[in-house]
Design a protein. Structure first.
Length: 152
């Protein structure tokens, strides 16, 4: 690990504990050169360990999970609120990533969309609706024109 103060290439771990609330590890490190002590938080990254299965007939494809793609997808759902788009897209994507790590062993694209929709629904109903519409989670409704009977 590189020192955050002097950029020396060798540091040593002086204390290490599992994180209490999330999957990950908390480590206290000390630089061998300048003796600066700093803390790191390590967690598993989905983009390196998890392959997402996309079911597109006639075959299925797999790709690595991308936190940046998820962040951009969430940001697009905040078309009504520029401030929320800038401030909350990445933390919401990280929340989705943590939920996927803890709940789903091999997530599919549908699992990611459903989890993202649930998180957005708790945060901002309109953003959740935008997200659901753009990812096919809700069926479009057709309005009756004037003078047309309703069909049940």
């Amino acid at each position: 690990m590189i020192c955050v103060n002097c950029f020396h290439e060798k540091t040593r771990v002086t204390n290490s504990r599992p994180h209490k609330k999330q999957s990950g590890t908390w480590r206290r490190r000390q630089c061998e050169s300048c003796q600066t002590t700093f803390t790191t938080y390590e967690k598993a990254a989905l983009d390196e360990t998890v392959r997402i299965h996309y079911a597109s007939p006639p075959s299925t494809t797999t790709a690595a999970f991308s936190l940046s793609k998820l962040t951009l997808s969430i940001a697009a759902s905040f078309s009504h609120d520029r401030t929320a788009r800038q401030l909350h897209s990445l933390p919401l994507a990280e929340t989705v990533e943590q939920l996927l790590i803890s709940q789903v062993r091999h997530p599919s694209a549908d699992d990611i969309a459903a989890t993202t929709h649930q998180v957005l629904k708790r945060f901002d109903e309109l953003a959740a609706l935008h997200y659901a519409a753009s990812h096919g989670l809700v069926a479009p409704t057709r309005r009756r024109g004037p003078g047309r009977p309703s069909i049940k």
